[in-house]
Design a protein around this ligand. Sequence first.
Ligand SMILES: Cc1ncc(COP(=O)(O)O)c(C=O)c1O
Length: 387
Amino acid sequence: MRETFSSPLLAPDTRLAHAGGTRSADGGVVPSIGVSTTFARDADYTLPTGVASYLRSGAANWRDVETLVAALEGGFDARLFSSGLAASTVLFQALAPGDHVVVPDVMYHGLRDWLRDFCARWGVAWATYRAGDIDSLSGAMEDGRTKLVWVETPANPTWEVTDIAAAADITHRAGAMCAVDSTVATPLLTRPLELGADFVVHSATKSLNGHSDVLAGLVVAARDSDTWRRVGELRTGGGAVAGPFESWLLLRGLRTLHLRVERACRNAAGLAAFLDSHPRVSKVLYPGLESHPGHAVAARQMKGGFGSMLSILVEGDAATAKRVAGATRVFVPATSLGGVESLVEHRATVEGPHSPVPPNLLRLSVGIEAVGDLVEDIDRALLAAYD
Ligand SMILES: Cc1ncc(COP(=O)(O)O)c(C=O)c1O
């Protein structure tokens, strides 16, 4: 069996293009999908080596994705989950009552809402820090009590950039673990484990899959640990696993990750530059712009692009912003991010009545279309919304 994708000598692009290698017994150049939920034992009632007895405990289609993403992140190992949220929440579920966690004030709202409920019910204390502000993070730590520090960079939906190396250093000095949601950066632009993080989390629903047709998530660990083993127990015990077909689709999406990320980053940079001087836009939030407060850190820790996500504050209120979103023809007015098709969303509506997001903010997930069409579309929608 050839497994070229796992050779550490190959560049990420090559590993991605060969994702899954030629694992198939029939020599097929893409892996087959193993749909069986249960696996036969030998005559002495032992399981063949490397085979799980039941699909909730292990699947070859998961391992294809996990091996590849662990290698791309430079990690010890990875675990695939049924969603990005399942991959995120498991790290908090691995804590004990009485533990203390530190999380940013800007983060994926689904996790923030879940945490509020979880921490109250499970007796986990939490403190917040200003996203991107290392002094604020330092001030939120409780020596000996803080067990987990959460970083999301760039942070959804205003794209604050947090210095991962500095955050990991502060975390470790307090005896805690640092986890980074690197969904927007992808393993190609930032490698948090090399900067000192203990865990990386991805919503694989986004750029890793890239085609808006799979819900999945990953945790990658820098090393083996009690927490890492607990993450495995919680996945099997809780059952938040990905199906074989979803895993296979994700692997297929990963084969073109490098091309999609490169193009989407270029498109986003072009759009950000255009919108930065647009008369109907009061502010562009994009780490690639020199005016962005996190630009210097982003330039250091993001290699090859600043991501495909940006937000704009339009002149006017929520109603104006929604009119702009509704007037686009190429951008699809929908939530989510990291797909090949560009999306525009009124984030405050999606996050609900308690959202801290400015009412005039539109979040743009930039895809791989011709940038001229994207520029023309958003320009026309912006001008039409004020007629
Ligand atoms: C940055 C980030 N992390 C995690 C998630 C959760 O991922 P999923 O929707 O796959 O559960 C999202 C979803 O939008 C996200 O944007």
